[in-house]
Design a protein around this ligand. Structure first.
Ligand code: ATP
Ligand code: PRP
Ligand code: MG
Length: 285
């Protein structure tokens, strides 16, 4: 039986969360230190530990079937590679920044300027779309230093908290794209492995949905029951069980975390007490 070959980043921003999500999918990986390839004991899967930046080419060549990579790389190097699942971690944006002291009134200001970036293709597409003629200077790291040493007038790089820009006296003026970790698939995946990919996706979806939802339990007096149930944006409808003390009920439901914080005060006002919020491990459609 064939195994599906998945690439994850060897070390860096994506490594830990990629291994974590596979583990939550119930996939155990025999992971020796400094190993570049490992197999799963309980799922027909082989893991290849590679540089994030090299992964799109491996996918195109068909030597791996799928990978967890930053979505931004698909714009840079991923023509023909499909992203089949957003994974919700490593959220960032690719932005253009200029020195704080530069007066910036709009994209036209970039005409004739020099832009340093590790993502030249992303910059090229952005300039072409906006009909700007500027020089692109490719550097592979420490991009934020470029304007300070006179190498460029602007930079395009990844921004998350913005603290690297801040420390280098730069300001973010354009967001080129937003990114998060995704499951990307080789255009030449075969049928047998595509079926395994579907199984993997099903597991990933159940983990991702579970992460976004909470199991909520609360005690509700008889007179508040109708009002509380009306407030709950549940899946189908909540479970209502009697408490040992008469006139009281235990109400159980699943709520998306965001929605929960919106209704919590209303639930308390309506008479709900002893509200417990528990994580869900898996949620199957
Ligand atoms: N500061 C950040 N916050 C959130 N996500 C980030 C941040 N920096 C990068 N990322 C995301 O994580 C991915 C991997 O970034 P990282 O810097 O670890 O690797 P890389 O520079 O692409 O390197 P390599 O090719 O060496 O593996 C990026 O493509 C991007 O999608
Ligand atoms: O907005 P912030 O939260 O400051 O994050 C942005 C920084 O994070 C990334 O670098 P990373 O730390 O991955 O180092 P690298 O350049 O060695 O990849 C990116 O290249 C920025 O420099
Ligand atoms: Mg980086």
């Amino acid at each position: 039986m064939k195994k599906i070959r998945i690439a994850i980043q060897k070390s860096g921003r994506l490594n830990e969360d990629s291994l974590k999500i596979l583990k939550e999918c119930g996939i155990s990986i025999d992971n020796g230190k400094d190993q570049l390839k490992a197999s799963s004991r309980n799922f027909p899967l082989e893991v290849f530990y590679l540089r994030n930046g090299d992964i799109p080419q491996y996918l195109k060549d068909g030597v791996i079937d799928c990978a967890i990579i930053g979505e931004n790389l698909l714009v840079e190097k991923g023509q023909g590679i499909e992203s089949v699942e957003k994974l919700g971690f490593s959220k960032c944006r690719v932005s253009l920044a200029v020195p704080k002291t530069t007066e910036y009134s709009g994209i036209e200001d970039l005409n004739g300027k020099k832009i340093a970036s590790s993502y030249p293709e992303t910059v090229r597409q952005f300039l072409e779309k906006n009909e700007i003629k500027a020089d692109i200077h490719k550097i592979s790291g420490s991009v934020e230093i470029a304007p300070n040493i006179g190498l460029a007038d602007a930079i395009v790089d990844i921004v998350s908290s913005g603290s690297t820009l801040f420390k280098n006296n730069l300001k973010e003026v354009e967001v080129l794209l937003k990114s998060e970790a995704v499951l990307a698939v080789s255009p030449s995946i075969d049928e047998e492995r595509a079926a395994l990919l579907k199984q993997l996706q099903f597991r990933l979806q159940s983990v991702l949905t579970a992460r976004q939802n909470k199991y909520v339990l609360m005690n509700v007096p008889e007179e508040s029951l109708k009002e509380v149930i009306a407030l709950l944006p549940g899946m189908r409808s909540p479970t209502v069980l009697p408490l040992a003390e008469s006139g009281w009920h235990s109400v159980h439901t699943v709520i998306s975390e965001k929605a929960f914080w919106e209704v919590i005060d209303q639930l308390k006002t309506a008479g709900a007490e002893g509200i417990l919020v528990c994580p869900i491990e898996k949620m199957l459609a």
